[in-house]
Ligand binder design. Structure first.
Ligand code: DHE
Length: 530
């Protein structure tokens, strides 16, 4: 039957079949490649994007999810890969017709897109330990605020590292493809992890065990923890929702559809916590809006009529009227990510496609300035530092070999520091005068560069593992040590002295990527991401 179909398909392409198939829609416009698309997908795409196209390490490949990407652009991505992501080029393995067929295939709606609403989210929840039964004190003896959570994506594990001895306390299997910063409860006891395919894990650092897990989305962007530790807010790419969870046991509280004017929906680009505002702030990929979602019980006049008792909402499982209400701020561009000033009144956002960034004032609720940001920074990559009583923001760029330094009063770029290549991450600490950057998006992937912040100049280039991709610095609690990842399958974590730049110790790890120090995160250090 297969060869008969092939003959028909060949004849169809030659035009000789047309009279025979009038009314037979299945053969009206066939091509060999179209027939092959599901097989090609299974062979080349399914491992990362999921056999069902619902996403795994890569994003879900559904028309709903592809948003503003045009088909021609999708073909280019399949052929050439996508910079700054794990999407490889397929142009050497697939011909033009096959690439076209694959693009066509991923723009075909699924016969049924799985719903992922409150019922599915609730049903996915796994409770391993009753949070009320947990002991009050750590079951080990070291500084609980100087631990690091290290994400090893090579074999999907997490290492909990003692930042005093630089010895692991434990290592455990995580959900598939964790991405983005680990987030802590305000006391630093619990760590929350988000996987690209929507799983949120709550882990107890005192007893070294998973407390609860829940799948909050089909494809998730990131998670934020309220500064009072009561709520988590999960931002999803698919479905187009935000999901509020009770931080105690991950009970889902509310599913917030991300809907703009005239029913247009959007993927979430990132959600962060703004502690002095007691709110979550959200960047959207497909709507030119920034959302602010207050969570305080007494949120003032803006929230009148919306505020419900937290305890009541928790008892009912879902807060009936929805305690989480978004204030929508319209802006003139799509923001892919943002960064706050120290007051959290202003969000500086970078538009993924554009060459500029925007400053949005969350109080007066509009764009107040533009900033010059050539080549998008990776999300959450920059730092704030003070010099001569002035605040500056510094950020690397994914496409340009430069670190931009922007004055946070005038919003002017005061300096562009040339680097050995474009980079992902930049980190500093209150107790150091230096910032550490990687240049892992360029050719010299093994280099780490150190910037003297008062001189705004590169003062040292290190190559601790020559020829190997090295990235993502994070300081310990005191600012005396810097940890760096050699991001290779058989990689390592290297600890440096932050003043002498000498190697203190190194330990093997499986493609370690991000590492997150408890103290720096819960104190919202201006040298790291939040
Ligand atoms: Fe990330 C953080 C988005 C590619 C490693 N990355 C984030 C965050 C976002 C984001 C929105 C902030 C989440 C948070 O911390 O709450 N990342 C994106 C992208 O859009 C991009 C460019 C394409 C994509 O694949 O989605 C991208 N990121 C990567 C990578 O290829 C990296 C290097 C390897 C990986 O595992 O995917 C990578 N992203 C990271 C890390 C953080 C991160 C390590 C947390 C940094 C931190 O210190 O907080």
């Amino acid at each position: 039957a297969r060869s008969a179909v092939r003959v028909l398909l060949r004849r169809a392409r030659m035009g000789s079949l047309l009279p025979m198939v009038v009314g037979m829609t299945i053969l009206a416009t066939p091509t060999l490649a179209a027939e092959d698309a599901p097989r090609l997908y299974a062979e080349h795409c399914a491992a990362c994007h999921g056999g069902d196209r619902l996403g795994a390490i890569g994003p879900a490949l559904l028309p709903e999810n592809l948003g503003r990407l045009r088909k021609a652009e999708a073909e280019k991505v399949i052929a050439q890969g996508r910079p700054a992501t794990q999407m490889p080029a397929h142009g050497d393995k697939l011909n033009a017709e096959q690439i076209k067929a694959l693009a066509e295939y991923v723009y075909t709606p699924l016969a049924a897109v799985p719903a992922w609403g409150m019922a599915e989210i609730k049903a996915s929840r796994v409770i391993n330990v009753d949070p009320a039964s947990l002991p009050a004190k750590p079951q080990w003896n070291t500084d609980p605020l100087n631990l690091f959570t290290v994400v090893e994506t090579g074999d999907h594990h997490v290492t909990i590292l003692d930042g005093e001895s630089f010895k692991p306390l434990t290592r455990f299997q995580s959900r598939f493809a964790l991405h983005g910063g680990a987030k802590y409860s305000p006391d630093g006891r619990f760590v929350y992890l988000a996987s690209r395919d929507g799983w949120i894990t709550k882990y107890d650092l005192y007893t070294l065990q998973i407390v609860a897990e829940i799948r909050a989305g089909v494809n998730t962007r990131n998670v934020a923890v309220s500064h009072d530790g009561r709520f988590l807010m999960v931002g999803n790419m698919l479905p187009h929702t935000l999901v509020a969870l009770d931080a105690r046991d991950l009970t889902p509280l509310q599913v917030i559809p991300v809907v703009g004017d005239a029913g247009a929906t959007s993927r979430v680009s990132a959600v962060y916590t703004a502690p002095p505002r007691a709110s979550f702030v959200v960047a959207l990929k497909d709507l030119p809006e920034v959302w602010e979602i207050p969570y305080a019980d007494d949120a003032g006049p803006v929230m009148n009529g919306f505020v419900h008792s937290y305890e009541k909402g928790h008892e009912e499982g879902i807060s009936p009227g929805g305690r989480f209400q978004a204030i929508r701020i319209r802006i003139p561009d799509f923001l892919d990510d943002f960064f706050f000033d120290r007051t959290y009144e202003r969000a500086m956002g970078a538009s993924r496609d554009g060459t500029k960034g925007l400053v949005v004032d969350l109080d007066i609720k509009r764009k107040i300035a533009e900033i010059d940001l050539p080549g998008m920074p990776h999300l959450g990559s920059g730092i704030i530092f003070a010099k001569d009583g002035h605040d500056y923001m510094a950020t690397p760029h994914l496409k340009e070999a430069v670190v931009s330094i922007i004055d946070m009063q005038t919003w002017k770029t005061v300096k562009r520091i040339p680097t050995l290549g474009p980079g992902f991450f930049m980190r500093s600490h209150e107790n150091t005068g230096y910032a550490w950057i990687d240049v892992s998006m360029g050719k010299e992937k093994d280099a780490i560069q150190i910037i003297d912040l008062s001189a705004m100049e590169i003062v040292r280039t290190l190559r601790p593992a020559p020829g190997r991709t090295t990235a993502h610095a994070e300081f310990d609690r005191s600012g005396k040590h810097v940890l760096i990842s050699v991001m290779e399958a058989e990689g390592e974590l290297i600890v440096f002295d932050a003043e002498s730049f000498e190697v203190v110790t190194r330990m093997p790890m499986k493609r370690p990527v991000g590492k997150y120090n408890v103290f720096n995160k819960i104190n919202y250090s201006s040298g790291t991401s939040h």
